[in-house]
Design a protein around this ligand. Sequence first.
Ligand code: ADE
Ligand code: ZN
Length: 325
Amino acid sequence: MTVTDLPKVELHLHLEGAAPPAFIRGLAKEKKIDIAGIFDERGNYSYTDFWHFLKVYEAATSVLTNPEDYHRLTLAVLEESAKSGVVYSETFLSPDFCGGRDIGAWREYLAAMREAADQAERQMGITLRGIITCIRHFGPDKARETARCAADTAGDWIVGFGIAGDEKIAKPKDFRWSFDCAREAGLRLTAHAGEWGGADSVRDAIRDLEVERIGHGVRAIEDLSLVDEIAEKGIVLEVCPGSNIALGIYPGWRKHPIAELHRRGVKVTISTDDPPFFHTTMAREYDLLNQAFDWDDGMFRDIARASLDAAFCDADTKAKIAKKL
Ligand code: ADE
Ligand code: ZN
């Protein structure tokens, strides 16, 4: 047995970003939508930098036009995750892409995804929960509509609220209303920060949005007093090393700060973000972390338990998953 065989918990996965390219190509063909330009000659997603990646992501997503597409997508994504040994996954879902933030339409998309998730749980033993995510570069007004969708469907399956997208546009405080709305509806909070923004972006998200987890957050390492604060407050980082390396934030696995953040007492977790875009899987993340930092079984088991601890699902679900770890 190697570390890649261990049971895994993934907290940071964008559902559309996890769509296998062949799945998106198949839908495009069925619907006669021309998105050939987003693939390279081998059929993988092709982009030049993070901002182009966001455009390619949205072009790929444009072929997902109804709840049935999201049912199929959810099954395809969970099948890949289960192959990597993931037993519990939290995925980012965006009403922006699912019915244009209309609450009635969003409910139908959500019902389709939940049905697929139930089927995957029965057939593959993987449990899924959703985190509704607004898109930063769509602006604060659209984020409010997204937050209303989130508040409307908050419960035992939609368990969190977050923000993704271009960190260089707007400030966390511009989204405060949306995060307050989601918190008041009982949702737990996370925000992408410290990926393209520096340490200050992490500090702003913690102060202005009162989140308990940060998506990425790795650039906190540029300010060690912030690293101490994150460790003291017990804020959890959803670290996606393969994503950061594929997008050029760090030049290689040994240069990635996850090990140093962990040494300094920060709760780190391991995720793939948008796995086919970054040519990665959860098994590959484990393998390359094992090679870069010599992390052993015990270390990965500790991280999986810490990840489950930081999950936004209820205690009964956690107890059920804990038996698998
Ligand atoms: N949306 C999908 N992947 C993302 C990432 N890595 N950062 C910000 N927004 C995203
Ligand atoms: Zn992300």
